[in-house]
Design a protein around this ligand. Structure first.
Ligand code: ADP
Ligand code: ZN
Length: 208
């Protein structure tokens, strides 16, 4: 993306599971733009007030001031039209209307940097990230480390019993898992030892 100069807009998407460094990478890119004296505004869903109401915050505690919104349409009403670079974190909480809003912003010359979960707690594509990936000029997929086995993790494992699509939470409620260790939905108590059924040493203690 660095080769594009002038007043052209574009969409960059950073996606992956929780704990994979999406917010860190978004903050790094936005800080770089600020150092280059680009006018930057950052938006996040008001729903996600886990660490701060008015900052985007990574799990390693890097942070950047942000505006909390309840609907992606509020980006258009809250934007200072002199802004050149727009950061949007936790896009998976913003719903399908973000696709049209991001397109409008990019078409009007803004650089739109979007971070969000690409899959939900069941491993299904998480609206609106799939559509944004199709429309983006640049895509970065971040990976975490599996908390079970240390492989590369692309899944967000929910650790608490809840079937709602959106349950805001962090460590303790979710953890990163690789495709082998991921258990879609709730990990049942008895499934704990069966992450690798192919490995005899991982069989249930005292079991068959
Ligand atoms: P995301 O926005 O994708 O949830 P963050 O940018 O907020 O990720 O946090 C990434 C940081 O989370 C990493 O730099 C690391 O310090 C921490 N972290 C916690 N658990 C893991 C894990 N399982 N794998 C990788 N990083 C982790
Ligand atoms: Zn694993």
């Amino acid at each position: 993306m660095d080769v594009i100069v002038g007043h052209m807009g574009w969409i960059e998407v950073i996606c992956g599971p929780m704990f994979s460094g999406k917010s860190e990478e978004l903050i790094r890119r936005l800080r770089r733009a600020m150092i280059a004296r680009r006018r930057v505004q950052v938006f996040k869903p008001a729903l996600d007030s886990r660490y701060s109401e008015d900052h985007i915050v990574s799990h390693a505690d890097t942070r950047l001031p942000s505006i909390a919104i309840n609907h992606p349409g509020e980006i258009l009403s809250q934007i200072d039209w002199r802004t050149q670079v727009i950061g949007i974190d936790e896009a998976n909480f913003m719903g399908p209307d973000l696709v049209e809003i991001a397109t409008q912003l990019a078409d009007s010359g803004k650089q739109v940097l979007i971070a969000g979960l690409d899959t939900d707690y069941m491993g299904r594509p998480f609206v609106p990230i799939p559509d944004l990936l199709c429309l983006a000029e640049s895509i970065t997929k971040t990976l975490a480390i599996c908390m079970r086995c240390g492989n590369l993790a692309k899944h967000t494992q929910r650790l608490v019993e809840n079937e709602d699509l959106i349950v805001v939470g962090a460590a303790g409620m979710y953890e990163a898992r690789c495709r082998r260790c991921f258990e879609p939905g709730l990990p049942r108590q008895e499934s704990f030892s069966f992450a690798h059924p192919a490995l005899p040493s991982m069989s249930k203690p005292g079991g068959e």
